[in-house]
Design a protein around this ligand. Structure first.
Ligand code: BEZ
Length: 211
């Protein structure tokens, strides 16, 4: 049966062969955020643009945002290595992050990346953002025909990190540096305190502050 991990679930653990060697997911996850994403197939055009987009951000994600990347497709390790080499030779972009070779579909089934209505043999474009405690914080699915948006993936990571660090929420179209939403008061005393605060307030339940 095809599992679908949900927001708030513990990330399903696995060991797999990847382009950077054998990896146990929970070990890779220790102490860092992870963006784990699947693509339908190596040597395909949309996937090449997406993986290159991830690769252009890989150093910033790691060094600035404490976030490691991990890719996956239902291809062999030989195919992955040949594709990494091909893209590096053609464009100079090197995919340094591990790409899981999921030829037996074990990991893609475990992570809900194989959605038979779209394809029985290729993963859809899934994105999971996992926190340093191994909890899935965000899930996105895109079909084969539509590439993802790196700006939105990065925005979502930074928004998640901001909500966790500051115990706030992020409104529509939030970008780093924008004001954040303070959770609504949970008692009459807290309401009173809020009404006398200098928060930017539309009403007592919708209040914003700068960080
Ligand atoms: C692509 O990456 O271009 C692609 C892969 C599978 C199906 C459709 C498009």
């Amino acid at each position: 049966m095809n599992n679908i991990p949900r927001i708030g679930d513990q990330a399903p653990d696995f060991e797999a062969i990847t382009t950077t060697g054998k990896i146990k997911f929970s070990d890779y996850n220790q102490g860092s955020w992870i963006i784990f994403f699947s693509h339908p197939a190596d040597f395909t055009p949309v996937c090449t643009t997406e993986m290159s987009g991830f690769a252009l951000e890989q150093d910033t994600f790691f060094a600035v945002h404490n976030c490691k990347l991990m890719g996956l497709s239902i291809d062999s390790i030989h195919s992955h290595i040949a594709w990494v080499d091909n893209v590096r030779k053609n464009t100079g972009v090197l995919f340094k992050f591990p790409i899981v070779a999921d030829i037996d579909m074990h990991v893609s089934q475990l992570w809900g990346m194989l959605q038979p209505g779209e394809s029985e043999t290729a993963a859809v474009r899934a994105v999971f953002i996992i926190d340093p405690n191994g909890i899935i914080r965000l899930v996105m699915y895109y079909p084969m025909s539509v590439g993802r948006n790196m700006g939105e993936i990065k925005r979502a990571l930074l928004a998640l990190q901001t909500t966790v660090e500051h115990k706030v929420a992020c409104p529509l179209n939030w970008q780093p540096g924008d004001k954040v939403i303070v959770p609504p008061p949970k008692s009459v005393d807290a309401l009173e305190e809020r009404l006398n605060s200098d928060l930017e307030m539309v009403d007592f339940y919708l209040a914003k502050k700068a960080l």
